[in-house]
Design a protein around this ligand. Structure first.
Ligand code: TRP
Length: 337
């Protein structure tokens, strides 16, 4: 064990503010399982982050557990990955506070997610929404993460995390590893079925396919998917002029492993009326085992509890070490117990 080369650390979180959907799966979670051999992986339910927007408490609790069950069902083996709930590791909130004091008002004001979310929640522009990136920096820096797999929309937060880490290190010496974002190729980016120019999102439920959704509902959503207003009615990859068809092809490619060329050939002369339900079917078959396994796990509360307790214990062990160092560096008196 001692001679084992230390693996690089990878860490990511998803907010349990909505049910996981096909975009989360194809763009992120699906690829996570295979990384455990190469990296030391941490994945967590970012429940503290969800509180920046008003939540229904019972729903938040349900979704947090459901998300854990879904992570596992999507192939994240709890024996090989550290899976935990953010609020169970109190070091996140503690380092979050410290980093707030090293993150500038001007930097936070430039965050596009803050601007978007405050526009959407004009009656609840709270302090947490504004300082959220400092908590996200804490999430990452506590574990000395090398890589942070996120979507393009989180790039700015990752850049800020790097800036804060560098700033802190410049003052106090090498405390934090400066992490790098790990952004998958555009290929895995899933767009809404109702609006193929914006990312698939729970805020447009009709254009969004959830992992736990019933097959008949998935089929209906694909049948109604927006295709393009051209008169061509032909399955051809052209992201610029045919974004709707390109998105469906992208999804089909991701779930079947086929290339765009193969897909064009397969549906040559078929038209959208055949293509759309076929994509729906392929998605249904991909999600079926995930849904069934997640439901089975959700019924086994004791098992889930064991997974997130073990996860929090492992995570705390690492987080504690970093936090202790930080407290010491900034000048807090060491706790005698
Ligand atoms: N901010 C991320 C999002 O909204 C979620 C998140 C919170 C996260 N903490 C993180 C992602 C740390 C990666 C690493 O999607």
């Amino acid at each position: 064990m001692e001679n084992e080369i230390k693996k690089k650390v990878m860490l990511s979180g998803i907010q349990p503010s909505g049910d996981l959907h096909l975009g989360n799966y194809l763009g992120a979670v699906k690829n996570w399982g295979a990384r455990a051999e190469e990296f030391d992986c941490y994945y967590f339910m970012a429940d503290l982050h969800t509180l920046t927007v008003r939540q229904n408490p019972a729903e938040l609790r349900r979704r947090t557990l459901e998300q854990l069950a879904q992570y596992i069902a999507c192939g994240l083996d709890p024996e090989k990955n550290t899976l935990f709930v953010q609020s169970h590791v109190h070091e996140h909130a503690e380092l979050g506070w410290i980093l707030n004091c090293y993150t500038m008002f001007g930097e936070l004001s430039r965050m596009t997610q803050f601007k978007d979310k405050s526009a959407k929640n004009a009656d609840n522009i709270n302090g947490g929404l504004f300082t959220y990136p400092a908590l996200m920096a804490a999430d990452i820096l506590l574990y000395q993460a090398d890589f942070v797999p996120v979507g393009e929309d989180q790039r700015q937060h990752c850049e800020l995390t790097r800036d804060v880490a560098i700033r802190f290190n410049n003052i106090y010496g090498d405390v934090f590893k400066v992490p790098e974002p790990y952004i998958p190729k555009a290929g895995a980016r899933v767009m809404g079925l109702g609006n193929p120019t914006s990312k698939m999102s729970k805020s447009d439920p009709n254009g969004c396919v959830f992992l736990m959704e019933k097959p008949e509902d998935i089929a209906r959503k694909f049948k109604r998917a927006v295709t393009d207003s051209d008169t061509e009615n032909c399955v051809r990859f052209d992201r610029e002029n045919k974004p709707g068809v390109a998105n469906l092809m992208n999804i089909y490619a991701a779930v079947t492993g086929k290339t765009f060329e193969e897909i064009e050939k397969e549906f040559d002369g078929c038209g959208y009326g055949v293509f759309k339900p076929a994509v729906g079917e392929a998605v249904i078959e991909t999600l079926r085992p995930i849904r069934e396994e997640a439901s089975r796990l959700l019924a086994d509360k004791a098992y889930l509890q064991k997974v997130y307790s073990d996860g929090a214990e492992k995570a705390s062990y690492i987080a504690r070490k970093t936090l202790r160092k930080v407290y010491k560096k900034v000048g807090l008196v060491e706790k005698p117990f």
